[in-house]
Design a binder for this molecule. Sequence first.
Ligand code: SF4
Ligand code: SF4
Length: 462
Amino acid sequence: MHYSKYTFHASLSGNGASSAGLVIGNYLTGSMDIMDKKESELFLHYQESGSWENYPGITDLLHRRYIFEHEQEERELINEKRQLFLTEYANTPVQIIFTPTYVCNMGCSYCYQADYENTSATLKKDVVDSFFDYINKTFAREKVKPYITLFGGEPLLGGNEYKTSLLYFLHKAKEFEYEIAMVTNGYELENYLPCFIENKFNIKEIQVTLDGIEEIHDKRRPMKTKAGSFDNVTRGINKALQNGFRINLRSIIDKDNMAELYKLAEYAQDRGWLNYPSARFQTTLGRNYELHFCQAGTPLYERSEMWKDFAGEAEKHPVLYKYHSPQFHGMHNLSRTGELPLPVFDGCPAGKKEWAFDFKGDIYGCTASVGVEKYRLGNFISGDRINEEQVNEWKTRDVFSIPECSQCAVSLSCGGGCGVLAANKTGKILSPDCRPVKDLIVTGLRYYNIQTKELSATGGNI
Ligand code: SF4
Ligand code: SF4
C-alpha cells in the first residue's frame, strides 16, 4: 500500500490538536473529508505508526484514494493530471506587461517602487514600434492571442505629451488586435475614458486601487502634492462601470485598514457596484508585504493571519461576504461546486505566461521583477538577451523543479508560491515561497460554512 504523497490533514481547531476533528485532503485525487474526534485519533495513530494493517477505515481511504494499492497508480494519476494542467496552460493567454513609465502621480505610503529611478514620463514612438515588432515576432506561435497589461509607475498620467504617446501605444495595440488590461491608481481614469470610448480600444479590464473609504484611502494613497485622490478615483470607477468597462477593485491590506474595510464594502454596495455581475466587477484584496524593501513600522500581516482577520470581520459585517469571495485554496470552489479545483503544478507564470517590458526596452519575467536590475533578462531595443540562464530558471520553475516542493503534500494547491519573493529571500529562483495552505483551508471551511463530513465529489466517497 502506498500513502499518497499528496494526502495531508489539518486540525479543524486550527491549533494542531485533533480534539475538534481533522480535515483530510488530497489535491491530486480531488478528495476532501472531515473526520470527527474519534476517527481522527484512530487515523493519526495508524498514520504515525506507518502501517495500515487492521485499520478499520482502510477501505474508505483506498476508495477516496488517500492511499493507493500501488505507487504506480499514483504516478499514472500525476502524469494524467499534469497533462490536463499543461493543456489548460497552453490554452491560457500570455500576459504581456508593459510599463510606459516609472513615474507616478501618487505617493503611496507603502510603494515598493518609491526608490525607482523615475525621471522620464515620455514614451517614445520608436520604442513603441520596437516593442510591437518584438512581441509580434516572439509570441506569434502562441495558441491563444496574448493580451497586454499596462503597468507602472502609473500608466494613466496626465499631461498632453504623455497622453499622446500613450494613445499612440493604444492605437498600435488596436492595429495588432491585442486586448488591453491596465493597472492604474485611477486618478486620471475619468479623463482617459472618453478617448477609450471614442477610439473603441479593446479594454478587457481596468484594475483600480481603493484602500478604504475617503479618510483611510487618502491617508494611505495621497497624491504627490499631498492632495486626496479618493474623489477622482471613485468618479473614474463609476464612469467606467456605467460605460461598460470591467473594473477589478483592489485594496492593499495591512493591520491599519482591515478593520475599516467593511466601510468600503458598504460604500461599494451603496454605489451599486456590488450589483454588477462578476464579468463586470470584481474585488481583490492584496496583502501589503515587503517585496523589495523593508517596511519597518507598518503593521504588516502574515498571509494566514490576514485571512483569519478578514473572516472575523465578515462575521461582524456580513456585507464583506458579498464584497469579496476569497479562494482559500479551493474552498470557494468546493462550496460552489462540491469539487476541489484541478491540481496546480505551477503557481508562478513568470517567464512562461507572463513577461514584462518597460519603456527603456528592458525585459523582465513579471510585474514583481520589472525595473529590478538583478531580474533584468534582456532588452528588446538593443536585441541582447543577457541572461539565458535566468530565463531558463523561470521557464522550468514548478513544483517538481523546486526540491522542497517536490516533497510537499500541499504543493498541488500552493504551486510553489512567488518566484520573486522566494528569490528575494533565498537568492534562488528555484526555491519555495510557502503558502499556509492548511491554515487557509481551515479558515475557508469556516468562512463558507462547509460542514458536511464528505466534502468533495471527486475521489470516491468515504
Ligand atoms: S514571480 Fe511572483 S509576481 Fe512574478 S509571476 Fe511569479 S508569482 Fe507572480
Ligand atoms: S512553496 Fe512551500 S508550501 Fe508551497 S509547494 Fe513549495 S514547499 Fe509546499
